[in-house]
Design a binder for this molecule. Structure first.
Ligand code: XMP
Length: 513
């Protein structure tokens, strides 16, 4: 696959993936590379432009990350953002210092004035809000650079050497708070780097199909389908590419939401592939019986999933290729250190490496999540699969608190379905990134009709988040909550009380177990 490529050189800033997504949204392919990547390797990628990201350091710190100055001799345009801007100024002979109190340390939304004769701001308004986050100040800009944007406090929030194609901005054009920020990135790509916009999902699909066919020949391909977005899109792509040579093994562990198994199966009916649905509900419930501890539940499900999958793989016989739904954020090398294990996330896509196969195919490894969804649409997958919210591998097992029974799972399935239906009907699904019901193991007294009840409490969870690492609880309107509560208590046997979880993450996690 060859596309015009922009390299986002990562200096450890918090918005780096967002920069890459913005570039891709502009129709230009880009990759994020750590700043330590050798120059030869970067050159070999034949980039049409570099974007240097922000980062937590100051360029004058002893341990501050640097670039090989030869990068500025390649004749390739550079856009430096925040730290990236200061680094460029510093490397090319400017001077960067800590901002004094009376000079330009700026954070947050700032009124900014642009010189629209600069290519970066071509066709854009001369004034607008930009999102600042810098404590350093460019006391002297390098030779050849002009000042192209200012704020009331700072005369040089953007600099440019248009002859060499070097641009630097102290603010963050990639965040939504910066008005026309994406247009500035687009200007850099199209006006400066000569981008043609050759990154489209249709093109990606066609090329990927051609490449897969070439690679697979008449070999056999195996894919573990979980029903999640990534494995579903990978399956659709492979189905389109190699049809009957593909076997999708869909292990239905009985811990799916209402009708989910059938929906997944139906979505693949249009392709002539081998689709194996393994009904393993009894088997999983037997293994899980009496187990109330969340981490044990996860481990049991993970192991059992692999056992079932192996058995199916053996029946199919020698497989040449195994497909995995790895996506680009999993591939990007990040500078993040070892984080504490809060939960052992078991991704049902993670398969044993002793299945008998020759090679792994990862057809989504270049794509961001929103691109995976776009590709899914391009392949004709239904919207309910493509827009599916994340669903944990262990499924409803970690949403029934304490020990599991089929009855409890069915109760939760019915309640969860009503919750999802009402949220969608109210249009709230567009504002919420993940929402689900949890069957707690608390029972309380209620009164229904003239009788006493002693039933379970159901908790509703809904969060807004961009990365699922931190999350805020969603402000669902009271009248919507009211409708959900009334319907569930009336329609679902075994539940007589509904509570709404108003804890953010941290200190809570999104799931209850
Ligand atoms: P937590 O509960 O850790 O969840 O805040 C963060 C995100 O991860 C999902 N999640 C899982 N996904 N296997 C998965 O594949 C798991 O065991 C698992 N546990 C949590 C959760 O739904 C949320 O989107």
């Amino acid at each position: 696959m060859s596309h015009q490529t922009v390299i986002v050189l990562d200096f450890g800033g918090q918005y780096n993936q967002l920069i890459a997504r913005r570039v891709r949204e502009c129709g230009v392919y880009c990759e994020v590379k750590p700043y330590t990547t050798p120059l030869e390797q970067l050159k070999a990628m034949k980039p049409i432009g570099f974007i240097f990201t922000g980062g937590p350091n100051s360029v004058y710190d002893e341990k501050a990350p640097h670039v090989d100055p030869a990068i500025f001799e390649l004749g390739v345009p550079v856009l430096g953002i925040c730290y990236g801007c200061q680094l460029m100024a510093h490397t090319l002979g400017g001077q960067v210092t800590a901002a004094q109190e009376d000079t330009a340390r700026e954070y947050g939304k700032t009124e900014t004035y642009y010189d629209t004769t600069c290519k970066l701001f071509k066709g854009l308004p001369e004034q607008g809000i930009s999102w600042m986050s810098h404590g350093d100040y460019m006391a002297k800009v390098p030779e050849g650079f002009a000042l192209t944007a200012r704020t009331d406090a700072c005369p040089n929030v953007a600099i440019a050497d248009e002859k060499r194609g070097f641009y630097g901005v102290q603010y963050h054009p990639e965040v939504n708070h910066t008005q026309h920020g994406v247009d500035m990135i687009r200007n850099f790509l199209y006006e400066v780097c000569g981008a043609t916009g050759d990154w489209t999902m249709e093109d990606y699909k066609n090329t990927a199909i051609r490449d897969i066919r070439e690679k697979v020949g008449d070999g056999k391909v195996l894919l573990a389908l979980s029903g999640g977005v990534d494995s579903s899109v990978a399956a659709a792509l492979l189905a389109e590419a190699v049809g009957k040579q593909l076997t999708c093994v869909f292990v239905d562990h009985g811990l799916m939401r209402k009708n989910e198994g059938d929906e997944v199966e139906a979505a693949f009916a249009r392709w002539d592939i081998n689709f194996v649905r393994v009904d393993a509900e009894t088997r999983f419930l037997l293994k899980l019986a009496g187990e109330a501890e969340p981490e044990r539940k996860r481990k049991i499900i993970g192991e059992e999933f692999i056992r079932v999958f192996e058995e199916e793989a053996k029946k199919i016989g020698r497989v040449d290729y195994l497909v995995q739904g790895t996506i680009y954020p999993d591939v990007i090398e990040s500078g993040a250190g070892d984080a504490a294990v809060i939960k052992s996330h078991h991704n049902v896509g993670g398969l044993p490496d002793y299945v008998d196969f020759k090679e792994i195919i990862e057809p989504l490894r270049l794509l961001f999540k929103d691109e995976v969804r776009q590709l899914g649409r391009e392949l004709g997958l239904p919207e309910y699969l493509v827009m599916r919210q994340p669903f944990p591998g262990p499924g409803l097992a970690i949403r029934v608190i304490g020990d599991l029974t089929k009855e409890k799972l069915d109760t939760l399935r019915d309640a969860d379905a009503i919750y999802r239906e009402e949220i969608a009907a109210a249009g709230e699904d567009k504002n919420i990134n993940q929402y689900f019901a949890v069957l707690t193991n608390t029972r309380s007294v209620g009164v229904m009709g003239d009788g006493r009840t002693y039933d379970y409490t159901l908790a509703l969870r809904a969060v807004t988040t961009s990365d699922f690492m931190t999350a805020d609880w969603a402000r669902i309107p009271y009248d919507v909550l009211d409708r959900i509560s009334t319907r569930i208590v009336n329609e679902v046997k075994g539940i007589n009380r509904i509570v709404y979880d108003i804890t953010s993450k941290p200190p809570a996690t999104i799931e209850w177990e």
